[in-house]
Design a protein around this ligand. Structure first.
Ligand code: SF4
Length: 927
């Protein structure tokens, strides 16, 4: 046996390839088998040294074994992994002494055990007498017990081949694969060597190559810190994110491409995330590269969702399954969207087809592999639209097995069978090489420029966790492969990669991953900077038409995209604005709230009141629905607070409950039946009890009496017809008090009212006093929201109910002295309205009182403002023009965009849209 022993992979491989080619030429009738891990790359490498490979056969180790069996006309039938798994599951379930008898998921446990069995065979693992903790001993004992019961005949391929090898195997065999260290393979190689010519590569000896590659391979993982003077091609690229890292190297390739071919470049990537990201950017640049294709069994994905639904009862799985359009009766996109909307809105779906499907899915039941398979096949036969994929799935689902399985285990078994499969495709034409870190072929492929991506700790070098079923301590005792072996192997592969010579090698790493998590520079880079002085990679300015989103964001333009450029020009010229409405829209009659919305933003008014665009709500009871219900209950129970007489509340709870039930009956919405909404309704019911007692108590303090609930008002100011509702109107002599029930803490700010905000109640008071010829007495807001009492007294003391009533103080203004009739018992401070009195009995200056004249002036200003808004409306002005203020204290109250449902539609653009800026008390420009 000839052993090429050097840790300098690339020079050793070149030597082997040259020797092999020479020998093949010298011995034209002897076949030269070259056993490698990546035949497709090695074929390319050989063809870089010769024009034809006539008597050289490149193959993987498993293909080589197949070849040997063919030579001896033997056929070795293996059991499938699924059959093996089922056998292990059965053993574990039947054997009550097995440590894995009560496993949470027998399929996943069986998978780990099967891997161990394979290694038991390949590494000739025997029982150990070494001292171990009791649990480890028990685990090993169980594994060997199971292994001996297990049908191993299908593993014995190596033994069969070993017995066959004789003088027929007189050819040349080059073993360049990593797998030659496995004892079963070693035995075969040694036997082959008795009859043929065997060449192997081992990397256990230090090299004597006097250049940067020799120095790195010898010292990459030792403790040496001596800086060398060797010239080297390394540069370090530190990127802020993986996205930037990938873009930098592709920009670099793009600039070098003028004088090079694509095959001159190799990119080493560490994982699938990097691979996907690389592909995305390479595709944008139209650069050819070797692709990986992932094959997903789509029909199985639908089955997967359905069974996930059976397990979790989470209907989103079922909705995803019907969205696949694989299921009969769910072939129409619009219908599927309708069902999804229904689910969002009311929290359940009562569509007949859907209910039939749901029932059928829940009927997929069984107790063992055979019965689950029959049940699932029956479901698919009746509920799937058939296509080739579905027929293929049906035939592979015909599984038999009598060992008991849970649905979860059955699903895990299917997931195992239909897991995604990845294939690599190498383009035959000029393309750049994307290699993972286990494919150190860059020098052999004669690449000039190499980019090593993802040199971050735990990515490269990888992290190996001691979490296998056999822990390291147990594996060491058994001479079974440990995570230390896996780490050694990984380090060797990295050494192989750093044995490659190139014109330029970029060592790159990022500071953030694709999700924004922190990353740390790799120990490989840290070590290389100790061995050499390495310059920093000169970064590119990442502007290129291929990366359109970046390019346009940075203000550039790709001239070939004429349609996009035209749209952008129109967008810029129009300042992202809408044209005025040309249809003659009839705005009358108007409500004050409509005017307020127009005042906030004309476009919002257009969407809300002209187009009537509604937002989609979820199935929770919404705040506006709660508001309507509260108004309803207060109206129905107004006799509890209609005058200043003391009331009896004995039947209040019952009355509230009945009012709510009546409301639900007349406003029947299916979602009200959902448990979460029932819970809310109960809370509202409890809350209303407090609210009504507070309202009664407030009335008791004053002289006003309730005159009307839900009072309608109407008036005409020049061309403008105004209408509206007032929640409650109270009357004392000739004075009107209007009250608005709010579900939040609302303040009446007169300065803002002057500018068209919160003017509604003031206008309604004016309209009502005009309609009925009464005097204006007060305009107040009552907040119905639940209050929580912050108490400073001990838990053992009883709270004074007065403290609770104070929390319900109303906001708003009293006109002149009406506050005395609203709170007839006021001493120093009112518990009902925001008014404090001085010692002499006169109100403080900050008391919320407005004089009759001030109110009239204010109302005149509001009227003028309304007229100007109306004039603007009828011109068709529907601009995206929100009213804002530079003063944050004001803006906080008026900013209409903050909670606007139409944000996604208007796409307000900070570069092109303007705001209607206002200032309190200042000269505000007309709209
Ligand atoms: S988000 Fe702002 S600008 Fe857009 S419609 Fe709403 S209020 Fe107007």
């Amino acid at each position: 046996m000839h052993i090429y022993n050097s840790n300098h992979y690339s020079s050793a491989m070149k030597q082997i390839i040259n020797d092999c080619l020479h020998s093949a030429k010298e011995n034209p009738f002897a076949i030269h088998y070259v056993i490698v891990d990546d035949p497709k790359y090695y074929e390319e490498i050989f063809l870089k040294h010769t024009d034809t490979i006539f008597n050289i056969e490149l193959m993987t180790l498993s293909s080589f074994y197949q070849k040997l069996l063919q030579i001896y006309h033997q056929d070795f039938r293996k059991k499938t992994d699924i059959q093996n798994l089922l056998e292990i599951i059965k053993m574990n379930k039947e054997d009550t002494s097995s440590l894995f008898h009560l496993s949470a998921n027998h399929v996943l446990t069986a998978k780990q055990i099967l891997d161990i069995f394979k290694n038991f065979y390949l590494y000739n693992i025997q029982k150990t007498t070494k001292e171990l903790p009791d649990l480890s001993k028990e685990k090993i004992k169980t594994l060997f017990n199971l292994y001996h019961q297990f049908d191993q005949t299908h593993f014995l391929e190596h033994d069969l081949i070993y017995s066959l090898i004789d003088e027929k195997c007189h050819n040349y065999y080059y073993f360049l694969t990593n797998q030659i260290t496995i004892p079963k393979n070693q035995a075969l190689i040694q036997k082959l060597d008795q009859y043929g010519h065997v060449f192997i590569y081992q990397d256990t000896k230090e090299n004597e190559i006097l250049d940067y590659t020799g120095y790195v391979t010898n010292h990459l993982f030792d403790s040496s810190h001596t800086k060398s003077d060797f010239e080297h091609p390394y540069q370090i690229l530190k990127a802020s994110t993986i996205q930037e890292e990938v873009k930098q190297i592709i920009f670099d390739i793009n600039t070098l491409l003028k004088e090079n071919a694509l095959r001159d470049f190799v990119i080493y990537y560490p994982n699938d995330d990097y691979y996907r990201h690389l592909c995305r950017i390479l595709d944008q640049f139209n650069l050819a590269y070797n692709r990986k294709e992932t094959i997903t069994n789509q029909a199985f994905q639908v089955v997967n969702m359905l069974l996930q639904y059976c397990l979790s009862k989470d209907e989103t799985y079922l909705l995803d399954a019907i969205s696949s359009l694989y299921l009969l009766n769910f072939q129409d996109h619009q219908y599927v969207s309708y069902l999804k909307n229904l689910y969002t809105l009311q929290g359940f779906i009562d569509d007949e087809n859907y209910l039939v499907l749901k029932k059928a899915v829940l009927n997929i039941q069984g107790h063992d592999l055979s019965s689950y398979s029959l049940s699932l096949i029956d479901f698919i036969e009746h509920s799937f639209c058939k296509n080739e994929l579905v027929y293929a799935l049906l035939s592979s689902l015909k599984l038999e097995g009598t060992e008991p399985l849970s649905l979860k285990e059955y699903l895990s078994l299917l997931q195992e069978m239909f897991s995604k499969k990845t294939h690599s495709l190498k383009e035959s034409y000029d393309s750049l090489y994307l290699l993972n870190y286990n494919q150190p072929y860059s020098e052999l492929l004669q690449a000039k420029y190499v980019y090593c991506l993802g040199l971050n700790e735990t990515i490269i070098p990888q992290e190996f966790k001691n979490t296998n079923l056999l822990l390291n301590q147990e594996a060491l005792a058994l001479k079974y492969p440990t995570t230390y072996d896996a780490l050694n192997k990984h380090q060797n592969t990295l050494r192989h990669l750093f044995s490659c010579h190139h014109q330029k090698i970029i060592l790159s790493y990022a500071l953030r991953d694709l999700n924004g998590g922190d990353l740390v520079v790799s120990s490989i880079i840290q070590k290389l900077t100790k061995l050499f002085t390495i310059p920093t990679f000169k970064k590119h300015i990442l502007i290129h038409p291929s990366l359109k989103e970046d390019y346009y964001l940075k203000g550039h333009q790709d001239d070939s995209l004429s349609v996009l450029n035209h749209h952008l020009l129109v967008y810029k010229q129009s300042h992202h604005q809408v044209l005025p409405m040309h249809i003659n829209h009839q705005h009358n009659p108007l409500s004050a709230s409509k005017l307020e919305v127009y005042n906030q933003c004309p476009y919002k008014y257009y969407l809300q009141y002209i187009l009537k665009v509604d937002s989609i709500n979820n199935s929770l009871i919404q705040s506006n629905e709660i508001g309507t219900l509260v108004h309803y209950v207060l109206e129905k129970n107004h006799h509890y607070f209609n005058n200043y007489q003391a009331k009896n509340f004995d039947s209040l709870k019952e009355d509230i409950h009945l009012s709510i039930q009546n409301y639900l009956k007349t406003h029947m919405l299916k979602k009200y039946a959902l448990k979460k909404n029932q819970f809310f309704l109960k809370l509202i019911e409890d809350d209303l009890y407090n609210t009504i007692i507070v309202l009664a108590k407030q009335m008791q303090h004053g002289l006003f009496e309730l005159s009307a609930c839900e009072e309608r008002v109407y008036d005409k100011i020049q061309d403008i017809e105004l209408k509206g509702f007032i929640d409650r109107v109270d009357l004392y002599q000739n004075y009107l008090k209007v009250i608005d029930y709010k579900s939040s803490n609302k303040e009446l700010n007169l300065e803002l009212a002057r500018l068209g905000f919160n003017m509604q109640m003031l206008i309604y008071l004016e309209m009502l006093s005009k309609n009925k010829n009464y005097d204006k007495g007060a305009v107040l807001y009552f907040n119905t929201k639940k209050r929580i009492l912050k108490s400073e007294i001990s838990i053992l003391e009883k709270q004074d109910p007065e403290n609770f009533f104070k929390l319900y103080k109303m906001d708003g203004y009293s006109v002149d002295d009406t506050y005395l009739e609203i709170d007839h018992e006021i001493e120093q401070e009112s518990d009902i309205i925001k008014i404090k009195l001085k010692k002499d009995g006169s109100p403080y200056s900050n008391a919320k009182i407005i004089s009759h004249d001030e109110l009239d002036t204010l109302l005149q200003e509001i009227t003028l403002h309304i007229q100007s808004l109306y004039q603007q409306m009828i011109t068709g002005d529907i601009r995206i023009y929100p009213t804002r203020s530079d003063n944050p204290n004001i803006d906080m109250h008026i900013n209409p965009c903050r909670f606007c449902h139409y944000k996604a539609i208007c796409n307000y653009d900070i570069f092109y849209n303007e705001d209607h800026q206002i200032e309190l008390g200042g000269q505000n420009e007309e709209r």
